[in-house]
Design a protein around this ligand. Structure first.
Ligand code: C2E
Ligand code: CA
Ligand code: CA
Ligand code: CA
Length: 281
């Protein structure tokens, strides 16, 4: 329907009407989803391509809607952003992820320490009291800042470079690391990277898929990795789906991988199993 965006008769397109209704319902339901305990955090492993060990997990929110079943974040995150609900939602996820991470540390003190990465929307990142909220979550959960990573996108840095730089400085003081998410999809300008103290770049999935066939994709990835190395930034490849991709990325010098080849996002119980199984193999 998007292609016909300018057509006048679109208002009367019944499929548009249904879509709008669904949006409206979801919006209302989303307001109550947090209180009703309908949100749940899944965790996707991030793997070291050199050692094959678990380096960390990314927290990805899921919504178990009582009538509609699992609703994808691709559907409700944009609604949350439009309505401003994203601030409460991201804070809920941040708290849940830190709590879970602390639990894992207490349960498995003998495992190699891992980190948890939490997505922050641009709106959240520009909240003046974000640092205060983070401090209070770390305090309450007892998680040390060095086990937390925050994922932000390029837009946040480019639209508001000064306040972003200030925020990054505050995060560094707490040893919280920052990942640049979906790298390559936005401004794709490597020039601004050196101006921000970033720890990790996440190469977007779109460059990783068909990396073997598409020569320009692989040279883009090669360039990103080379530059990142010079800047002391580590690189995670997103959306690794095949062993060929994994091996190819490793040969390019990519540090970490994340994707269905290793594991889809899974609930905390499954991740616990995965962590302990790893220990026995
Ligand atoms: P993202 O941050 O880029 O997260 C990676 C997405 O790629 C996830 O989709 C993950 O399930 C999917 N993925 C992982 N490996 C593969 C693979 O090998 N192949 C394919 N095709 N996909 C893979 P998901 O969980 O549906 O989340 C979609 C987006 O929603 C995320 O993209 C992120 O932008 C947003 N999101 C999710 N949770 C949160 C949250 O708590 N807060 C905010 N602000 N945004 C969130
Ligand atoms: Ca992410
Ligand atoms: Ca991403
Ligand atoms: Ca994304």
């Amino acid at each position: 329907a998007k292609n016909r965006g300018r057509a006048r008769y679109e208002v009367f397109d019944p499929s548009m009407h249904i879509h709008a209704l669904r949006q409206l319902h979801l919006e209302n339901d989303l307001r109550r989803a947090i209180e009703r305990d309908e949100l749940v955090v899944y965790y996707q492993p991030i793997i070291s391509l050199t050692t094959g060990s678990l380096q960390g997990v990314e927290a990805l929110v899921r919504w178990r809607h009582p009538q509609q079943g699992m609703v994808s974040p691709a559907e409700f995150i944009p609604i949350a952003e439009e309505t401003g609900l994203i601030v409460a939602l991201d804070q809920w996820v941040l708290n849940a992820a830190c709590e879970q991470m602390r639990l894992w540390q207490q349960e498995y003190p003998y495992l190699e320490p891992i980190t948890v990465s939490v997505n922050l929307s641009g709106r959240q990142f520009s909240q003046p009291d974000l640092i205060k909220k983070i401090d209070s979550i770390l305090n309450q959960t007892g998680l040390e800042g060095k086990y937390l990573k925050l994922e932000i996108t390029e837009t946040v840095l480019i639209e508001n470079p000064n306040s972003a730089a200030e925020m990054l400085q505050q995060l560094i003081e707490r040893k919280i690391q920052v990942c640049l998410d979906d790298f390559g999809t936005g401004y794709s300008s490597l020039g601004y990277l050196h101006r921000f103290p970033l720890d990790i770049l996440k190469i977007d999935r779109s460059f990783v898929s068909n990396i073997e066939q598409n020569r320009s994709n692989s040279s883009i990835i090669r360039t990103i990795i080379t530059l990142a190395r010079e800047l002391g930034i580590r690189v995670i490849a997103e959306g690794v789906e095949t062993q060929e991709q994994r091996l190819f990325l490793q040969s390019l010098g990519c540090h970490y991988g994340q994707g269905y080849w290793f594991s889809p996002p899974i609930d905390s119980t499954k991740l616990s199993n995965l962590m302990t199984n790893k220990l026995h193999t």
